[in-house]
Write a protein that binds this ligand. Structure first.
Ligand code: PXL
Length: 274
């Protein structure tokens, strides 16, 4: 069956993140991708100065009403960067009213990295995001986001016990399973943890020293596309990690390209997998 995903995240006009990444990538996996923009920004908020920001919360109930009248339903949802705490309430409502029976909810709580919230977010936003995360079938945080959502200390160095506790707490708060990204235990390596039913699986791969913007969105988009095309959560987590790594490798060394990753020229390789 041809599957339709609804992804809800911002349009950063320039910067290779959020919808400008999710739409081509999920589509390349062979999945119909409907979009609900949460906000429009001139660029992403990391590293650019003076970006514009228009919150689109007020359009959401109108759009949702129209979909209901047209009996439009989604097989899966994938949420990313959202505009405001108030908006998250609308997003929860959309996820609970426009899905087919058993529609999958993947939540990327895109709000923080490297121990810090993104510019513009505050504790009220984190609280609202916690509620959305509690309803996720699969929650896709990085370590910073997981620590903010659980109230655990953010650590740069950690062990397996810390990672397990983060996952346990996220599931105790309501998420059915967790895919925790950027988990590295040794120099030069990073990886992803898949936690479901109390069981941990880990996929380790090499770490490229240079951090790039938007890689979390590339990762989540490939993960969702792969999952909806029938891969297991662990298989999808691996495919997403390998693809993201290729995109970073394709970008480092280009000093002018400091914002997002050059995923476009790697996209054909992804499409061939499905
Ligand atoms: O990649 C996450 C992201 C998405 N959207 C906007 C952002 C960021 C990260 O900084 O600023 C607007």
């Amino acid at each position: 069956m041809y599957k339709r995903v609804l992804t809800i995240q911002d349009i950063s006009c320039v910067g290779q993140c959020s919808l400008t990444v999710a739409l081509p990538i999920v589509s390349a996996c062979g999945v119909e991708t409907a979009v609900l923009p949460s906000a429009v920004l001139s660029t992403h908020t990391g590293g650019f100065k003076g970006f514009t920001f228009r919150d689109l919360t007020d359009d959401m109930p109108l759009i949702c009403e129209h979909w209901k009248k047209e009996n439009i339903k989604f097989d899966a949802f994938y949420t990313g960067y959202l505009g405001s705490a108030r908006q998250i309430e609308f997003v929860r409502n959309i996820l609970n009213s426009t899905g087919v029976e058993g529609a999958l909810k993947v939540v990327d709580p895109a709000m923080a990295d490297n121990g810090k919230l993104y510019v513009g977010f505050d504790a009220a936003f984190v609280d609202a995001m916690k509620k959305l995360c509690a309803e996720a079938d699969i929650l896709l945080p990085n370590i910073t986001e997981a620590s903010l959502l659980t109230g655990m200390d953010y650590r740069e160095k950690y062990d397996e016990a810390y990672v397990k506790e983060l996952c346990e707490k996220l599931c105790a708060q309501g998420a059915k399973s967790v895919v925790l990204t950027g988990v590295g235990y040794r120099e030069g390596h990073t990886g992803v943890v898949v936690y479901r039913n109390g069981e941990i699986r880990y996929y380790e791969h090499k770490k490229i020293a240079v951090g790039c913007h938007g890689t979390g969105d590339v990762y989540a988009s490939v993960f969702v596309g792969s999952l909806v095309r029938g891969k297991s959560d662990f298989e999808a987590a691996k495919i997403a990690a390998d693809f993201t790594l290729k995109c970073i490798e394709n970008t480092v060394g280009d000093k002018d390209h400091w914002y997002g990753v050059k995923f476009e020229t790697v996209l054909p390789e992804l499409a061939k997998m499905f």
